[in-house]
Design a protein around this ligand. Structure first.
Ligand code: AMP
Length: 280
């Protein structure tokens, strides 16, 4: 497995693979890889002849007061995980490689990005779409793998690929959780011991929510209230949003008709965590 930093090196390698008739899977990440990322890489390795993992903390998707500087990084560990999982190439560009000084083109979206995380992170999805489009052009994958953990991101990327005719299959992968239910996230490393315990309220609240839907709850408002009440019982948690939306359009729904996305974002102390379930 090789680790490269330039667009040129990725392109040369990927084009050589394609010329040999080999298929290529891409797993875009910000690094500090855990078992959630590994599940994407495993699936990509199973479904493609070669797998490229990008490790890039994309400055464009962070707001001015967000955690760009403190975001955890450990390329050595990431390299070992990727190698063990059977990836063929890591693309680890410096920000200047992706965004030269005169960079001035962006990909944005009029739908899907205004609600949920887009409300408190207004420039986030423009950064995500732009970097993912770049990665698609650089790595020219047949398939690209995204986690349902970032459900809005998955929906946005699917929409972008359709709108802009990328001709890449987008594969959504289920959320990988800790044994006690907390969704795995690189940001979990920010949590103190007490906060780690408190963070469990998110998956617990969603579990209760899912049960109520499975038991026939049809009102989105009642479902939101139930989840909010659960989270509010935890003093270290502060809700950013709890929403029930159509899984395809991400528009709020009043009545629960499948398929829906039930998504939450909450601060546990200073750490903003997200979690969700999809009811199909
Ligand atoms: P990130 O490095 O946080 O940008 O995540 C890179 C990719 O891994 C995204 O498609 C995420 O949705 C996915 N991912 C992150 N955490 C998990 C998880 N716990 N389960 C499944 N996929 C995940």
């Amino acid at each position: 497995m090789k680790i490269v930093e330039t667009v040129r090196e990725v392109r040369e390698q990927v084009r050589a693979w394609h010329q040999e008739g080999l298929s290529v899977g891409l797993v875009p990440t910000m690094g500090y890889l855990h078992e959630g990322h590994k599940s994407l890489i495993d699936r990509a390795v199973a479904e493609n002849d070669r797998v490229v993992v990008s490790v890039f903390v994309n400055p464009m998707q962070f707001g001015p007061t967000e955690d760009l500087e403190s975001y955890p990084r450990d390329l050595e560990r990431d390299g070992a995980l990727c190698q063990k999982a059977g990836a063929s190439l890591i693309f680890h560009p410096q920000p200047e490689e992706m965004y030269p000084e005169d960079f001035s083109s962006y990909i944005d979206m009029n739908t899907l990005t205004g609600g949920l995380c887009g409300k408190s992170r207004p420039i986030h999805f423009r950064g995500v779409c732009t970097v993912v489009a770049k990665l698609f052009h650089i790595a020219e994958p047949d398939r690209a793998y995204f986690g349902q953990k970032d459900a809005q991101q998955l929906a946005v990327i699917r929409h972008m690929v359709n709108d802009l005719s990328f001709g890449i299959e987008i594969v959504g992968c289920p959320i990988v959780r800790e044994e006690d239910g907390l969704a795995k996230s690189s940001r979990n490393t920010y949590l103190s011991q007490d906060e780690r315990k408190a963070a469990l309220i998110l998956s617990h609240a969603l579990k209760k929510g899912r049960e109520s839907v499975e038991n026939g709850e049809k009102s989105a408002k009642a479902l939101v209230e139930l989840i909010r009440k659960e989270i509010q019982a935890e003093p270290l948690a502060r809700i950013d949003y709890v929403e029930v939306v159509d899984w395809n359009t991400l528009e709020p729904v009043e009545e629960i008709q499948k398929p829906i996305l039930v998504a939450i974002a909450a601060y546990i102390g200073k750490t903003r965590l997200i979690d969700n379930f999809i009811y199909e």
